[in-house]
Design a protein around this ligand. Structure first.
Ligand code: ATP
Ligand code: MG
Length: 392
């Protein structure tokens, strides 16, 4: 096997040359094996963090307490983590203490799934004590060691399992299925921030429908805030063509509408960012107004191109007979003389000056009239033309 990450070869060499073991580990190895894009390349080594900091010119101590140093090499950052084992996570967030260990074998033991517990050295030798490669071929999610114990250590692994299943289109191993069911109540102990991160990734996965079905089958949904008795709704939702949805806001908005969960309440309970909350509220209100109606220049202007396309995707998801109007929207958009208020050639100040009136709500109203006339072709978007129309 050829080493699939030539970019980090110099980092592994530097560690090896000083007598330390070093491997690429985790997601990068898994994705390389599956022929999928590689996001970040994580390195694991027998060198302790202080040694790593000494061996490389540019480092950032991003997680020293967990043994992680970010090594900056040719403008990119790579997490280099010392081999370690973990004891229990009593707060369901962070391991109680981290113990550095001397072998890669021991480090791999603490990892969650067999497909994530593979390492590769610079010669391309694969270290795969839990048959991760075989599970990648069989497309199945299996835990390292005893599933019940591993979930008790960190119940977030339930959701991590389901989100990997969604992203990779895998299925859940037989023992895991049973263990997930048994341990699902532990999910309520995991911090909501970690839960919402994993759920967002799950919703974006290529096999989101299957993952939502597993979520219900394993009873995990019963231990997610506001979803406790929404099993039926989640199953119906899973039958929709969710794969067309794109942004976080679209996915979550669709999910919440399907489950009839209030967006505001959800966002505060699930501690969603205020930007996501705002995007969802806007999306939902435009969707409810615009559902299944044909777009015209004015509704498109008010909504904006990106949001209009998002609404089309929601329409498609919720009204299966509906065919998306993307092309028409793009054509309309191209023909529109203005796309935003900033495109209008006059400002509120001009109106105050020309009409010699005090500032007030009339300005917004007038600007709206001007926009409408420009969009309908009754007025040309030129200062002189607009001024003339105003003063007539
Ligand atoms: P992604 O492409 O989503 O980043 P990844 O496999 O890199 O996938 P990360 O969450 O970045 O996933 O974690 C990196 C590695 O750390 C995993 O592959 C796994 O080996 C280990 N890991 C992460 N979280 C846990 C956990 N909660 N329990 C056990 N091992 C974990
Ligand atoms: Mg990662």
């Amino acid at each position: 096997l050829q080493f699939p990450f030539p970019k980090v070869l110099p980092i592994l060499n530097q560690l090896n040359d000083h007598g330390y073991d070093a491997y690429v580990v985790g997601g990068a190895v898994r994705n390389a094996m599956l022929g999928l894009p590689i996001h970040d390349i994580d390195i694991t080594t027998s060198a302790t963090p202080d040694i790593v900091q000494n061996l490389f010119q540019k480092t950032v101590p991003v997680g020293i307490e967990h043994g992680t140093v970010l090594v900056i090499y040719q403008g990119e950052g790579y997490e280099v983590t010392t081999f370690r084992s973990e004891s229990e996570y009593s707060d369901f967030r962070h391991p109680n203490h981290v113990t550095f260990v001397s072998s890669i074998q021991e480090d791999l033991k603490r990892r969650d799934f067999t497909m994530n517990a593979m390492a590769i050295d610079k010669e391309g030798v694969l270290i795969d004590p839990y048959e991760g490669k075989k599970d990648c071929q069989l497309k199945q999610i299996r835990m390292v060691g005893n599933p019940l114990d591993r979930i008790h250590e960190d119940p977030l692994r339930l959701l991590r399992g389901l989100r990997f299943l969604s992203q990779l289109d895998f299925s859940l191993g037989r023992h895991e299925r049973q263990a997930f069911n048994e341990t699902s109540p532990l999910l309520s102990k995991v911090s909501i921030e970690r839960v919402s991160q994993e759920m967002t990734k799950l919703l974006h996965g290529q096999a989101v429908s299957k993952a939502l079905q597993y979520l219900v089958e394993t009873n995990c949904h019963k231990h997610l805030l506001l979803c406790e008795n929404k099993g039926e709704d989640i199953l119906s939702h899973s039958k929709r063509k969710l794969i067309v949805l794109q942004s976080d806001a679209e996915h979550w908005c669709a999910f919440l509408m399907a489950l009839q969960i209030d967006v505001q309440e959800f966002c505060s309970k699930w501690k969603m960012s205020s930007s996501l909350r705002k995007a969802m509220i806007k999306l939902k209100s435009v969707f409810q107004e615009q559902a299944q109606k044909p777009w015209d220049v004015y509704s498109l202007y008010q909504s904006g191109l990106e949001q209009a396309l998002a609404i089309e995707r929601l329409n498609y998801v919720f009204y299966s007979h509906y065919s998306m109007q993307d092309q028409r929207i793009h054509q309309l958009w191209k023909k529109m003389p203005i796309h935003h208020r900033q495109d209008v050639s006059v400002t509120g100040h001009d109106l105050i000056k020309w009409l010699n009136k005090k500032s007030g709500p009339w300005i917004a109203h007038k600007l709206e009239q001007i926009e409408k006339r420009i969009l309908s072709g009754q007025l040309i978007n030129r200062r002189e033309d607009i001024k003339q129309w105003l003063l007539q």
